[in-house]
Design a protein around this ligand. Sequence first.
Ligand code: CA
Length: 239
Amino acid sequence: MDLAATILLVEDDEAARAAVATTLVARGYRVTEAPDGRTALRSWEAARPDLVLLDLGLPDIDGMAVIVRIRRESATPIVVISARGQEKDRVAALDGGADDYLTKPFGPAELHSRIRAVLRRAGGPDADTEGIVTVGPVVMDVARRSVRVGGVPLELTPREYELLKVLLAHTGRVVTTGRLLRAVWGSAYTEESHYVHVYVSRLRRKLAAADPTGEAGRLIANEPGVGYRVVPPGADAPA
Ligand code: CA
């Protein structure tokens, strides 16, 4: 249980803030509210919360500035809230150190699933002590650089393997296309986002072909205009 984790909720829209706060309190979180960026930073400094839920469009200072300020001295998970049509802001926030995002309007199940994923991640790496990462029918043995789907070895090229590794390491959380490009191809690659799209398609085809249940083929979800996210089977079922 994430019981009693403290969440700093930064949102200038009073009705939206009250609704989110009510949902979080009902889930057992402790919530501190801030209606603007300056109040948020004061509150963050006074009582370091376990997670910051941050609306990007604030009346005083930009949400981006809040992220930069927090990241200067802490790895506190940050989930940004943005409006539709703000893909650029979302990518900038994620590349600037935010851990995930929610697009308005979002439901309680989505809110809780995002929060749970980033809090779990903050608690430590996803691989077990043997270096085995298991997500649905897919099992990655990091030490042996091997992948099995439903117990059967899956042949991947080195790049496909690296791509899957980065995605699985962030299970439940979004990874931007730019981040995947840098992690798998290298920092010299900045404009070649089509490489990522092509390789994700190949990876999906291989995963789908290896799993008659269809679960593996659906593991990597699109985050339009932002990147990709591994969604474990059953993870988004309303809780
Ligand atoms: Ca706002």
